[in-house]
Write a protein that binds this ligand. Structure first.
Ligand code: GUN
Length: 291
């Protein structure tokens, strides 16, 4: 059994990005510039955005944090998005989700210029991904595919079962895994899937992305399977500085001994998700994708 070290892989990719940024700056090009819009004070969102800003610093990007209180009027937020869309000094930006109830999240996603949508959430980028055109890929699916490639995991003809059909993980990952560079045969399972446990046990590659801590147990995993755990549920903990701990969707202790490869939580998929945002921002700065 080999543990897939997302943290170390993310560090390697960050060094690669840093080298590219250094080369750009040496050639008198502007540093890549990412902005993050944060509405309100949700603890999870605050943490994620702080990490994203720190990641930018580590690789030499410029970053801008735009903050609003959670009662921000919709027109103010949309006005800011328009401004960011038109800012020629800015390569890409994200609006951290979730947003307060009075703001229509889908409208926010669609108001971002697709050429600056480094989250890859805009329907134009999702559509480009579906038909295999260059695009800003959704961060978690791209992070997972990068791990699979860098660990040289055999995927051709393999049965990949993805549990979870969210727009930001399960569904886009199913598209990537079935594309010609990966060649897996994909089943997307969800809360209404019949005999879910038996289906999971048929997977050569099992991706748990349902947000239910410890859902995947040893009897649901085939001997020698590759298990990718996307779960990051925050549970209270008295022995950590932050007062919480991240729990994956896989019961690691009993599942790991059966696997050929497995991602831990934390330190597996999470760090790779953050790196995908940097990769997309670098692509945006280099104008690698024409919309
Ligand atoms: N909330 C949780 N994950 C994400 C993400 O990847 N991007 C944004 N914008 N919000 C999120």
């Amino acid at each position: 059994m080999q543990i897939i070290d997302g943290k170390a892989t993310a560090r390697t990719i960050k060094e690669e990005i840093r080298a590219e940024v250094d080369a750009m700056v040496s050639a008198f090009q502007r540093r890549p510039h990412l902005a993050a819009v944060l509405v309100g004070h949700d603890g999870g969102s605050e943490t994620y955005v702080a990490y994203k800003i720190r990641d930018c610093e580590e690789v030499g990007f410029r970053s801008t944090l735009v903050r609003f209180e959670d009662d921000v009027p919709g027109n103010v937020l949309f006005g800011k998005i328009d401004e960011l869309n038109q800012d020629h000094e800015l390569d890409g930006f994200i609006v951290q989700l979730p947003l307060p109830d009075h703001i229509d999240e889908q409208r926010v996603i669609e108001s971002i210029d697709p050429s600056k949508d480094v989250d890859g959430f805009h329907p134009v980028n999702v559509g480009r991904t579906v038909i295999g055109l260059p695009s800003y890929g959704s961060a978690t699916p791209y992070g997972i595919v990068e791990l699979i490639k860098r660990y040289q995991i055999e995927t051709t003809g393999k049965h990949c079962v993805i549990v979870g059909r969210s727009n930001i993980v399960g569904r886009p990952l199913s598209i990537l895994m079935s594309q010609k560079s990966i060649n897996a045969t994909v089943t997307v399972a969800h809360s209404r899937t019949r005999d879910l446990e038996a289906l999971c046990a048929t997977a050569d590659i099992l991706v748990a992305a349902l947000g239910s801590p410890g859902f995947v147990k040893a009897h649901m995993v085939k001997e020698g399977a590759v298990v990718i755990d996307v779960g990051t549920t925050r549970v209270p903990a008295s022995d950590t500085k932050s007062g919480f701990r991240l729990k994956g969707d896989v019961l690691f202790e009993e599942v790991a001994p059966k696997c050929s490869f497995i991602t831990p939580v934390p330190g597996g998929v999470g760090p790779m998700t953050r790196v995908s945002l940097l990769t997309n921002t670098l692509k945006a700065a280099k104008k690698n994708i024409r919309h």
